[in-house]
Design a protein around this ligand. Structure first.
Ligand SMILES: *[C@@H]1O[C@H](CO)[C@@H](O)[C@H](O)[C@H]1NC(C)=O
Ligand SMILES: *[C@@H]1O[C@H](CO)[C@@H](O)[C@H](O)[C@H]1NC(C)=O
Ligand SMILES: *[C@@H]1O[C@H](CO)[C@@H](O)[C@H](O)[C@H]1NC(C)=O
Ligand SMILES: *[C@@H]1O[C@H](CO)[C@@H](O)[C@H](O)[C@H]1NC(C)=O
Ligand SMILES: *[C@@H]1O[C@H](CO)[C@@H](O)[C@H](O)[C@H]1NC(C)=O
Ligand SMILES: *[C@@H]1O[C@H](CO)[C@@H](O)[C@H](O)[C@H]1NC(C)=O
Length: 813
């Protein structure tokens, strides 16, 4: 439209030039000046008057405006010659930015034709405000933009010209920006934004300013635009850790993968510039830490990668780094203190142990040296230790960690051959941990125990006539020690060397203690042996002990009864006994006296007639051997009788002897003396009856005295027998006749208890009395006088006790 406007104008100018050249009538020039935007119908001027035309002629002369363009804007009134504004005249439309805006037209009158050139100058008025083409101006600038940097802004447009067009710009109040104007080469001005102060996105990331354009009209008009400045981020901020040093305590029993610390760093930038990656710094000091711990690169969680052990490392120090997307890094330190837990039981180690120790070690002897340790620290590492049982040992702290075990008593291997010493150690942690260890301590033997016999005195019963070389007894000692110290050798010992050496009777196996007889024993010769047995161990020095063994020889029926009266040596013919014819019934004629060297049953004699003339008027007492008349004699009776008397003992088998007696029944001695003398003596000396009677009396008295003496001696000897008969050795007593046992053991009387008898030769005094054993009688008095040990087996209730003829020798060893 602008170009069109210019064409029109050019065309106008050309037209007016042509018309003036053709008509040559251009006489006057009129020039008017009006403001634009006058109201329609406004009178500009009276051109008739200005041209000097008669108003009345105007109409006939056909005054008119000739112009291609201007006819539109102006009109002329032919009646009064006024020039009117016909249409709105906008200078900006007609002339745009031309400095002067002229509308030219011609006023033509005919008759005569006159053409008048009229120029109307349109003056500008401030009818337009400055306008920004975009009401929002967006700008982006990085936060690091240098101060003084200019940013060209869009300028405002104002169609008005001159003073009415845009004169200045203004910027709303702010801290950072100022406005300057730039005049381009064509003279147009545009506003420029100038950065006056450095920007920081982290403080303010956007500014909104109002740019105002102001013209110079009256009144002033203005237009605004919003300037939106967005500050873009630059990685100008380092990450920052929340703490310079992180300190954390971690229990050593923390489970693996447990997060115990979270570090965090912040970055004020945005986007990738604020995206932080955590890591351990790659330094040599960090090698261990980065092995032990993990750090989550995204959220900074630190957790354990390995089991912690206070006993190995107590503190960890590591540097961590935070790196943002722009590559800026920050560092911080993490100090990890490992807290001790009571996770280590105390340890016991034995550094030296002396085992075995001899049992005679003095109290206080060092047995073992042990080390007690606990790897924990503090209370967890403090230990208390003790020996669990009550034993004769003591645990003594000798120096830091070293403990001694010493004995508190003397040892006795025979009571305890070894000890299990259990040491218990517990720490003071919570809960406490404990360790026990058992030490076995052996006690070695010392020869401190002598062999012992179970009894002070042993008694053995051995039947006589035993086989030489047979074992008769076993004696055994025991020794509480062991090994060589308990190896016992036996010996029999004899103090009395004046007699036959004991070795000729007995021998002992030195190892087994079995006693062997060396010869056959004869009860009638030796009734007892007393030997001393010594048991000796093999220790060093050796110890020994003694015991006494009494061997009782037991009787066997090996002796024939021996008839003392009538003397057997004279009875090989016939022995005469005178019986007074006047003898009454039951009067004692004679008495057969027999002895048996055996004892007990074996010496229990009985008397029987085995051959007697008929009719028998004699009777014999089976027990006493007394021969009495069974009836009175008459004159017609046969005066001479003969009887064979059997004396037998009660042994099994029994043994017997016989004697033949002849009886002569006579009134007086004279009748029988010749016969008797024949038999009593082989001498040819004249018989002397008185003499014979005396001899007979003396003989009887002598026998009586001997009997009494034997009885007395056996009574005195019984104290010895009493002790010796304390018990029977069962294994050796088998030869004893069980009938004897039952006989002697009836009632309250024990077998060996001796009863001594006093026996009268005469049957009228045939009574016996018990004599009590007198312990106070001195034994020595009786030695060699009689057999002291026979009392035990002769203790029969048999009234007819045989006198002891054989003399027993005691072997004192
Ligand atoms: C803008 O420039 C003017 C003139 O140079 C000055 O007076 C004013 O202080 C400046 N404003 C700022 C914010 O720097
Ligand atoms: C660590 O030890 C303490 C005390 O001994 C105990 O209470 C806790 O349960 C233990 N923790 C672990 C994970 O075993
Ligand atoms: C610890 O966590 C890692 C990753 O989550 C896993 O692979 C590993 O097996 C875990 N270790 C233990 C002992 O749980
Ligand atoms: C780190 O933590 C994030 C968020 O909790 C998790 O998704 C990621 O698996 C963790 N990385 C490792 C290696 O554990
Ligand atoms: C000693 O320990 C051993 C082996 O542990 C055991 O057989 C024995 O019975 C213990 N002795 C005592 C007296 O406790
Ligand atoms: C055993 O008897 C012998 C001889 O009488 C004596 O020398 C020895 O000391 C006795 N031994 C003991 C232990 O009594």
């Amino acid at each position: 439209s602008e170009t069109l406007l210019f064409k029109v104008l050019r065309w106008q100018v050309l037209f007016s030039f042509l018309s003036s050249w053709l008509c040559h009538s251009v006489s006057a020039q009129l020039h008017y000046s009006i403001p634009e935007e006058m109201r329609k119908g406004s009178v500009i001027a009276n051109i008739a008057k200005d041209l000097g035309l008669n108003i009345k002629q105007l109409s006939p002369r056909k005054l008119r405006i000739v112009s291609y363009v201007s006819e539109k804007y102006f009109s002329v009134n032919t009646e009064n010659g006024n020039l009117y504004v016909k249409d709105r005249i906008d200078r900006e439309t007609l002339c745009a930015r031309a400095a002067s805006c002229l509308l030219k037209f011609d006023a033509v009158v005919e008759n005569p034709l006159n053409v008048f050139a009229i120029t109307v100058q349109i003056q500008d008025i401030n009818d337009n405000s400055p306008i920004f083409f975009h009401d929002t101006i967006s700008l982006e600038m990085i936060e690091l933009t240098l101060t003084g940097t200019h940013f060209i802004l869009q300028n405002a447009e104002d169609p008005d010209i001159g003073i009415n067009s845009v004169q200045t710009y203004k910027l709303s109040d702010n801290q950072h920006f100022n406005l300057s104007e730039k005049t381009s080469t064509d003279g147009s001005k545009s506003p420029e934004l100038v950065l006056e102060k450095p920007l920081d996105r982290e403080i303010q990331n956007m500014y909104e300013l109002i740019l105002t354009a102001i013209d110079g009209g009256n009144p002033i008009k203005s237009g605004t635009a919003l300037v939106k400045i967005i500050i873009t981020d630059v990685n100008d901020n380092f990450p920052i850790f929340s703490q310079e040093v992180y300190k954390v305590s971690v229990s050593e029993n923390i489970t693996i993968n447990t997060t115990f610390l979270t570090v965090s760093a912040t970055d004020q930038d945005e986007g990738s510039n604020a995206q932080i990656t955590y890591s351990f710094r790659k330094t040599s000091e960090n090698l261990l830490s980065s092995f032990m711990f993990n750090i989550n690169s995204t959220n900074g969680e630190i957790n354990t990668n390995q089991k912690l052990d206070f006993e190995v490392v107590q503190n960890y120090e590591m540097s961590i780094q935070a790196k943002d997307g722009g590559g800026l890094v920050a560092h911080s330190k993490v100090l990890i203190e490992v807290i001790d837990e009571n996770d280590n039981p105390p340890e016991i180690s034995i550094t030296s142990l002396s085992s075995p120790i001899p049992e005679d070690s003095a109290p206080g002897t060092l047995i073992a040296l042990i080390i007690i340790r606990d790897q924990d620290s503090g209370e967890n590492g403090e230990v208390d230790s003790l020996i669990t049982e009550k034993l004769p040992f003591q645990l003594i702290l000798s120096s830091n960690k070293y403990y001694k075990i010493v004995t508190t008593n003397v040892m006795d291997r025979e009571k305890a051959a070894y000890y299990n010493i259990t040491i218990k150690v517990f720490d003071r942690g919570s809960p406490p941990l404990s360790t026990t260890q058992t030490i076995r301590l052996d006690i070695s033997d010392v020869n401190d125990n002598a062999p012992t016999f179970s009894k002070r005195t042993y008694t053995a019963y051995v039947p006589e006539n035993n086989l030489p070389g047979a074992s008769i007894y076993t004696i055994q000692a025991s020794d509480l020690d062991i090994g060589e110290n308990a190896k016992i050798t036996y010996s029999i010992f004899c103090t009395n060397t004046e007699d036959v050496p004991v070795s000729s009777y007995l021998s002992i196996n030195i190892e087994t203690g079995v006693l062997y007889s060396q010869r056959s024993f004869d009860y009638e010769q030796h009734k007892d042996f007393q030997i001393q047995v010594t048991a000796k161990d093999n220790g060093s020095p050796t110890l020994s002990s003694n015991t006494t063994l009494i061997i009782h020889i037991m009787d066997q029926n090996d002796n024939i009864p021996r008839i003392l009266y009538p003397a057997p040596e004279v009875s090989d013919s016939v022995f005469f006994e005178m019986v007074p014819i006047s003898a009454e019934e039951g009067s004692l004629i004679t008495k057969v006296v027999a002895v048996d060297a055996d004892s007990g049953h074996n010496a229990w004699l009985s008397y029987h007639f085995i051959q007697v003339s008929e009719p028998s008027y004699l009777s014999i007492s089976q027990h006493t051997g007394e021969i009495r008349t069974s009836r009175g004699f008459q004159q017609k009776d046969v005066l001479k009788h003969k009887a064979v008397i059997l004396v037998k003992d009660n042994g099994v088998p029994s043994m017997s002897a016989t004697v033949t007696l002849s009886f002569i029944v006579a009134d007086n001695f004279q009748q029988v003396v010749p016969k008797i003398t024949n038999h009593l003596s082989s001498e040819d000396s004249p018989p002397n009856l008185q003499m014979y009677l005396v001899i007979a009396l003396v003989l009887i008295s002598f026998l009586f005295i001997i009997s009494v003496m034997i009885v007395l001696i056996s009574k005195y000897k019984q104290s010895k027998s009493l002790a010796a008969m304390g018990s029977f050795s069962a294994n050796l007593y088998s030869p004893v006749d069980p009938r004897m046992l039952s006989q002697f053991n009836n009632g309250t009387l024990s077998l060996p208890y001796p009863y001594n008898l006093c026996v009268a030769l005469d049957s009228s005094e045939s009574e016996f009395s018990f004599l009590k054993a007198d312990q106070n009688v001195i034994l020595d008095n009786l030695i060699d006088d009689s057999g002291p040990g026979n009392g035990n087996l002769s203790a029969t209730l048999e009234p007819n006790i045989s006198p002891k003829v054989s003399v027993l020798k005691i072997i004192y060893c």
